[in-house]
Design a protein around this ligand. Structure first.
Ligand code: PXP
Length: 257
């Protein structure tokens, strides 16, 4: 993989704590606490905390969001679907950032980016009140220039590029597809930056796949969850986050040569 791309500026790490809540909910116990995980992630080098309030509340709950908003020192990036209920919740809490994601109840995770072109009108009506309330609005999107332009047109300030296909190709050992996905993400980041959008990326990233993405110059933030919470079983959450931070910094600094 080509990690020798020019990279400038600090790359922020947003730690997604959804799956701390997944473990808690599996037994209906009061532990483990997503807030405690967030505070630990902060002490280990996270720059932000991400949580996805799903319509079915399968992991993060309304009271988790209330607690995070009340207690967190780091910026909170609240992921949600573009529904009236979620809009009302976001407007009530006014988090630092809101990332609009597609959501289907039957999916295991957020499988693809939003189709902004098809849902342009509805999404435009969602973005404006959130921005007016002071949240930065981001759209989770595939690495497709027309979708990125549509996100820009409806007033998003940030696009988060879906890295799932790149990570899946790596796991499947299809390195031709993986490198082609990486090129698509790189080109999309450049296109979005050219429009004046801030670019984030995430989904499925691990220690094995993070560095080439971290080396892409236009990307300012990575949001990573499932792997970090999984790795925490073996090395503790602080150690898992610190290692991700180290790899991201290495990719960024290495690419400055
Ligand atoms: N970014 C967005 C917009 C997401 O929806 C998710 C998954 O909730 C992630 C990043 C993190 O993905 P993962 O948990 O696979 O690291």
């Amino acid at each position: 993989m080509n990690v020798a791309l020019t990279a400038v500026g600090k790359l922020r790490l947003g730690v997604n704590i959804d799956h701390v809540a997944t473990v808690r909910n599996a037994r209906g116990s009061p532990y483990p606490s997503p807030l405690r995980a967030a505070l630990l992630a902060e002490s280990a080098g996270a720059d932000g905390i991400t949580a996805h309030l799903r319509e079915d509340r399968r992991h993060i709950s309304d009271s988790d969001i209330e607690e995070l908003v009340r207690e967190l020192n780091l910026p909170l990036n609240l992921e949600l679907a573009a529904t009236a209920e979620m809009c009302e919740i976001a407007l009530r809490h006014r988090p630092h950032a809101v990332c609009i994601v597609p959501e289907r109840r039957e999916e295991l995770t957020t499988e693809a980016g939003l189709d902004v072109i098809t849902h342009r009108l509805r999404l435009h009506g969602f973005v404006k009140p959130l921005r007016d309330a002071g949240s930065r609005v981001s759209i989770f999107i595939g690495a497709v220039p027309d979708q990125i332009r549509a996100a820009f047109d409806i007033g998003a300030e940030v696009v988060e590029l879906h890295t799932g296909a790149y990570c899946d190709a790596h796991i499947e050992g299809d390195f031709v597809a993986r490198d082609s996905e990486l090129r698509r993400i790189t080109a999309a980041a450049e296109f979005a930056t050219g429009l004046g959008l801030e670019v984030h990326a995430g989904h499925g990233l691990t220690y094995d796949t993070v560095k080439p993405v971290a080396a892409i110059s236009g990307i300012r933030e990575l949001n990573i969850g499932h792997f970090l919470i999984s790795e925490a079983v073996f090395r503790g959450l602080a150690g898992a986050v610190a290692e991700m931070r180290r790899l991201m910094d290495e990719a960024r600094n290495g690419s400055r040569q």
